[in-house]
Design a protein. Sequence first.
Length: 150
Amino acid sequence: MIRYSLCCENEHSFESWFRNSEAFDALSQARSLSCPECGSTAISKSLMTPRLNSGGQQVQAEVPQADGSQARAVVPNAEKVRVLLRELRRKVEENCDYVGSEFAEEARRIYYGEAEARGIYGETTPEDAEALAEEGVEFARIPWLPREDA
Ligand SMILES: [Zn+2]
């Protein structure tokens, strides 16, 4: 079984289980799928975007059990996450312009073509971030760790 996030022509999103991807294709082509909200049969798979989990201080791990089997568990692995975030910070600093608290303004100017298109980073308030997201400006929230040598 495979679970897909689906979306109708009216942008309602919902999830459904299918035997496999061919089963989805067949049902979709036969217009046998319909939106639970509006009944539309123009259904497509939602595009999935990778999202940084801001609460991401945990990773999945296989935990050996006493009887030799493996159990899945979520265990804290803060160090691994820290290493990844430091690497991410380094890449951002190398490739993007720092705009400080002007982030929301500058992101908007770039989005509307009023400023040179480039990678930027800086700080913003949750309210500004929300407003940017609503306007369709693409950005990512990154937990910003202090540098190791700081
Ligand atoms: Zn719908």
